[in-house]
Ligand binder design. Structure first.
Ligand code: AIR
Ligand code: ASP
Length: 253
């Protein structure tokens, strides 16, 4: 068997060289980390759930004309994506106060914001992904003004799409993070939504009970993470009722 060429290994995913030039295989690990990897664990089934959920959201975005890197799912843990050059920013959109915004500005979690707020963090684990302004982004050349206009428009379109999809299954999209990549088509450069969109990268609260159905369950020790992610998948019809995608292979006697 030929060994695959590993391009990059992050905290929750691995990128391998893809079958054709310009493609990569994105592998979803079961590893969970939080607080810049100070807290870590391996959570059975998380990778498979995020692979399915990210496929679902990225396919939906592609279908409504929001370009993403997603090409197709390959198996339980892997998807084929377009290779792109990741812009070193975490683009965060917030509809309700939570997490670091609540801490930073003293706004109670769950408070509805007057309008969606977009924030940028510089993607650097050593620095803990610090919040930056457009001044930093322009001065250090991380993205051009045209890129920033396109990134804002992508982020808000993702927000509209994701808010609608989640509302339809009784879930509030509190906030989320996306990463954006550049793909080159001949002389042209396009920006696409890259990385993943999953309960690892969003805050999702049940509309009626407020139950958290996202990575805060892990960050704040609120219970079983795969149960929460499986609930999101079940509501979206991504995982048929009663199946346990995370169960280990069992021997049949
Ligand atoms: N996020 C930011 N960095 C990594 C991730 N996953 C996501 C969080 C949350 C949003 O960005 O999951 O949905 C805002 O995070 P915070 O910590 O800034 O409040
Ligand atoms: N994913 C980041 C980490 O591992 C931040 C987070 O999601 O809390 O630290």
């Amino acid at each position: 068997m030929a060994r695959r060429n590993k391009i990059y290994e992050g905290k929750a995913k691995i990128l391998y060289e893809g079958p054709e030039p310009g493609t990569l295989v994105q592998y979803f690990k079961d590893d969970a980390t939080a607080f810049n990897a100070e807290k870590r664990d391996v959570i059975d089934g998380k990778g498979a759930l995020n692979n399915r959920l990210s496929e679902y959201f990225m396919t939906g975005l592609n279908n409504v004309g929001v370009p993403t890197h997603f090409l197709k799912r390959l198996n339980m843990r892997e998807q084929l994506v377009r290779a792109c050059e990741i812009i070193p920013l975490e683009v965060i959109v917030r509809n309700y106060a939570a997490g670091s915004l609540s801490t930073r500005l003293g706004i109670e979690e769950g408070t509805q914001l007057p309008r969606p707020i977009v924030e940028y963090c510089y993607k650097d684990d050593k620095l803990g992904d610090p919040l930056v302004t457009e001044e930093h982004i322009a001065a250090f050349g991380w993205a051009s003004q045209q890129d920033m206009d396109d990134i804002l428009s992508l982020a808000l379109r993702v927000n509209d799409f994701m808010s609608g999809v989640m509302f339809g299954v009784g879930i509030r999209l509190v906030d989320f993070k996306i990463e954006v990549g550049r793909v080159y088509d001949g002389d042209f450069q396009r920006l696409v939504v890259a990385d993943e969109i999953s309960p690892d990268s969003c805050r999702l609260w049940d509309l009626e009970t407020g139950r958290k159905l996202d990575k805060d369950v892990f960050r704040r020790d609120l219970g079983n993470l795969t149960d929460a992610y499986a609930e999101v998948a079940r509501r979206l019809g991504v995982m048929p009722k009663g199946t346990t995608p995370m169960s280990k292979p069992t021997l049949i006697n």
